[in-house]
Design a binder for this molecule. Structure first.
Ligand code: NAP
Length: 430
C-alpha cells in the first residue's frame, strides 16, 4: 500500500470485553491488513469514561453512540454494545443510513432484525458484517456465507454457547449440581449475573438462527427456533447418560426441511466418542453437512475479548477491501424466512429416566406403556435400589416421532409405580 493513503477512521461503540480488546489491538497493529490500509480508531462511545487499556487521548469521545454512528469523522462503525433493541439498534441503523460500513458482534440484533438491517444496508450500498456474532473467534459465518456459496447445505449442528458447555462439562467433571457450578461460572466471569440468556438457550438460539439463514439461503427466523435450556439438566442424568455411553451437551441444530428448516436448541445426548462430546470447557464446535462437501467440522473459542476482537478485525479488513456482498446469501429484499415446525416429521431417539418403586412387574409395565405408543427400546439400564426404596431406570428408545414419544411418556407417567415425572432428553441426530 502507498504510505500516503488516507487511513480508515474507525468508530467503536462499546468498550467492554470485546470493544476494549479491539481498541488495544488496533492501537498496536493499525496496519494488520496492509493490502487494505491503516485502521485507526478516531471515535469511541461507552457509558462511562475510564481507562480501557489503550490510549484515548487523540480519540473523540461520544456520550451518545448514535452521534458517533452519524459522525462525518468516521468511515466505519463498529457496534460492540449488545442487545436486540435500544441504542445498539439505533446506532447501527444511523450508521447504515449515512452509508457507513457496520461491523457488529451482536447476535441478538442480527437474529432479530437481520433482514430489515440487511435491506437498509443494501439500499445504502453499505457493508453489514457480523462474523463475531457466532462462535467468537471461529469463522463460521464466513464459512457459510462465502466458503460454501452454491453448496446445498443440509444441516448445521453444534455447541454454540460456551457458558453452557462449561457448566455441563464442570457438572460432569466435579460431580456437582447445576446451581453450584453456575455460581462458580459466575465467579469466574464465564456466566453473567443474570444467566438466563445463556442457560435458557436463547443465546444459542440467536446464533443458530443466523447460521440457518446462511446455510439455507433465507433470513434469520428466530420465531421458529424451538428452545430448551440446560437449567433442568440434573447431575443424575449426566451420570446415567455416561453409563449408557453418552455425554449431555446443549446442541443447537438446523436441518433443511423441504422449502423450510427445522431449528432447535436443547440439551441432547451425544455418543462419548463423537467430536462434539470431546469439545469440553468453554469451547464451541460446529458440524456443517452438505450434498457435495460431506461434513466439515470447526472447533474453537466461542467467546473471550481477544478471540472475538480478532473476528471483528477480520470484518474490518473485509469492509476496507470493499467489494460488498449481500448481507446474507442473496439480496435481502427477496429473502424468505424459511421455517417449519421443529420436530415435524423428524424421528429422534430419546433418553428416558424413570424413578420407580422397587416391586415386581414394574419393568414389564414400562415396556407395555412404550409398546402401546409404538416405541421400542434400544438400550436399558436399571440401577441398584436407592435408600429411599426407589429404583432409577434409564432407557434409550429407537427413533420415534415426537408425538409417539409424547404418548409413551404419558402412558409411563400414568403408571402407579412411578414416583416422579419421567425425564426425557433427546439423543442428538448427528
Ligand atoms: N464477550 C464475548 O466474549 C463476546 C463474544 C461474542 C460476541 N459478543 C457480543 O459482543 C457485544 C459486546 O459484548 P461484551 O462482552 O464486550 O459486552 P460488555 O463487556 O458488557 O460491554 C458493553 C459495552 O457497551 C457499553 N454501553 C452500554 N450501554 C451503552 C450506551 N447506551 N451507549 C454507549 N455504550 C454503551 C458499555 O459501557 P461501560 O463500559 O461504560 O459500561 C460497555 O463498554 C455483544 O453484542 C455480545 O453479544 C461478546
Amino acid at each position: 500500500m502507498s504510505e500516503d493513503r488516507k487511513p480508515w477512521r474507525i468508530g467503536i461503540a462499546g468498550l467492554g470485553v470485546v470493544g476494549s480488546s479491539l481498541g488495544k489491538f488496533l492501537a498496536e497493529a493499525p496496519d494488520f491488513s496492509p493490502a487494505h490500509g491503516r485502521a485507526v480508531v478516531t471515535g469511541v462511545s461507552a457509558r462511562t469514561r475510564k481507562d480501557r487499556g489503550f490510549d484515548l487521548s487523540d480519540v473523540a469521545w461520544f456520550d451518545d453512540a448514535v452521534a458517533l454512528a452519524k459522525s462525518p469523522d468516521i468511515d466505519l462503525f463498529v457496534e460492540l454494545i449488545g442487545g436486540a433493541e435500544g441504542v445498539a439498534k439505533a446506532a447501527v441503523e444511523a450508521a447504515l443510513e449515512s452509508g457507513k460500513a457496520v461491523i457488529t458482534a451482536n447476535k441478538a440484533l442480527i437474529a432479530t432484525h437481520g433482514q430489515a438491517l440487511a435491506k437498509l444496508a443494501e439500499a445504502k450500498g453499505a457493508a453489514l458484517l457480523y462474523e463475531a456474532s457466532v462462535m467468537g473467534g471461529v469463522p463460521a459465518v464466513k464459512m457459510l456465507r462465502e466458503g460454501l456459496t452454491g453448496e446445498e447445505v443440509t444441516s448445521v449442528a453444534g455447541i454454540l454457547n460456551g457458558t453452557c458447555n462449561f457448566i455441563l462439562s464442570e457438572m460432569e467433571r466435579t460431580e456437582r449440581g447445576f446451581a453450584d457450578v453456575l455460581a462458580e461460572a459466575q465467579k469466574l466471569g464465564y456466566a453473567e449475573a443474570d444467566p438466563t440468556t445463556d442457560v435458557g438457550g436463547f443465546d444459542a438460539a440467536h446464533k443458530i438462527a443466523i447460521l440457518a439463514a446462511l446455510a439455507f439461503g433465507g433470513a434469520p427466523n428466530l420465531g421458529i427456533v424451538e428452545i430448551e435450556g440446560i437449567d433442568k439438566v440434573d447431575l443424575i442424568d449426566i451420570r446415567l447418560a455416561r453409563d449408557l455411553g453418552y455425554r449431555i451437551k446443549l446442541i443447537a441444530s438446523a436441518e433443511r426441511d423441504g422449502e423450510g428448516a427445522s431449528i432447535r436448541v436443547n440439551p441432547a445426548l451425544v455418543p462419548l466418542n463423537h467430536p462434539l462430546a470431546q469439545a469440553g470447557g468453554a469451547l464451541n464446535a460446529l458440524f456443517i453437512e452438505g450434498r457435495r462437501i460431506g461434513r466439515i467440522y470447526m472447533q474453537g473459542p466461542g467467546a473471550g475479548g481477544s478471540a472475538t476482537a480478532a473476528a471483528v478485525a477480520a470484518d474490518i479488513a473485509d469492509a476496507m477491501a470493499r467489494p460488498i456482498r449481500p448481507v446474507f446469501q442473496a439480496a435481502a429484499e427477496g429473502l424468505g424466512k424459511r421455517g417449519a415446525a421443529a420436530g415435524g416429521d423428524h424421528r429422534d431417539k430419546a433418553f428416558l429416566r424413570l424413578m420407580v418403586q422397587d416391586r415386581p412387574g414394574v419393568i414389564a409395565a414400562v415396556s407395555e406403556a412404550l409398546a402401546k405408543a409404538n416405541v421400542s427400546i434400544d438400550s436399558f439400564l436399571q440401577k441398584p435400589v436407592e435408600d429411599t426404596g426407589h429404583v432409577p431406570i434409564v432407557l434409550i428408545t429407537h427413533p420415534a416421532s415426537a408425538s409417539a414419544l409424547d404418548d409413551a411418556v404419558g402412558h409411563i407417567a400414568a403408571l402407579e409405580a412411578l414416583v416422579e415425572a419421567p425425564r426425557r432428553i433427546r439423543v442428538a441426530r448427528i
